[in-house]
Design a protein. Structure first.
Length: 118
């Protein structure tokens, strides 16, 4: 079941907020904080942007830990404190985003970065 991916075109301030909060979540998780608790530190008023940050942060962890370091999805689920259902959904979305040809998502993500995730 494939879905269309809408890539947000960030302005400079949104780009700064996005990057800062992705790194905040990554740093907290690296310090042993479970994923959802780490996401509570994201103080972004724009609901859509906040949801995008959280979705992308989970996908970053999947890419780094599962595909990059070979950690099983079950072990990643336990380490992050995230249900397997949620992890599998994020993984499927990430794979769909990766395989879509660029013509299908002409808008880009944060300034200067490739749309690796949601």
């Amino acid at each position: 079941m494939s879905h269309s991916v809408d890539f947000k075109d960030f302005d400079e301030e949104e780009d700064r907020i996005y990057r800062k909060n992705i790194e905040l979540i990554r740093a907290n998780v690296s310090s042993g904080v479970k994923f959802d608790l780490a996401c509570e530190f994201v103080a972004v008023e724009d609901r859509e942007l906040k949801e995008l940050i959280i979705d992308d942060a989970l996908k970053v962890h999947i890419a780094e830990m599962h595909y990059g370091k070979g950690l099983s999805l079950i072990d990643l689920s336990k380490a992050l404190g995230v249900s397997m259902e949620r992890l599998l959904k994020a993984n499927t979305e990430m794979m769909e985003e990766v395989i879509q040809p660029p013509a299908e998502h002409p808008q880009k993500r944060p300034h200067g970065s490739e749309p690796l995730t949601h």
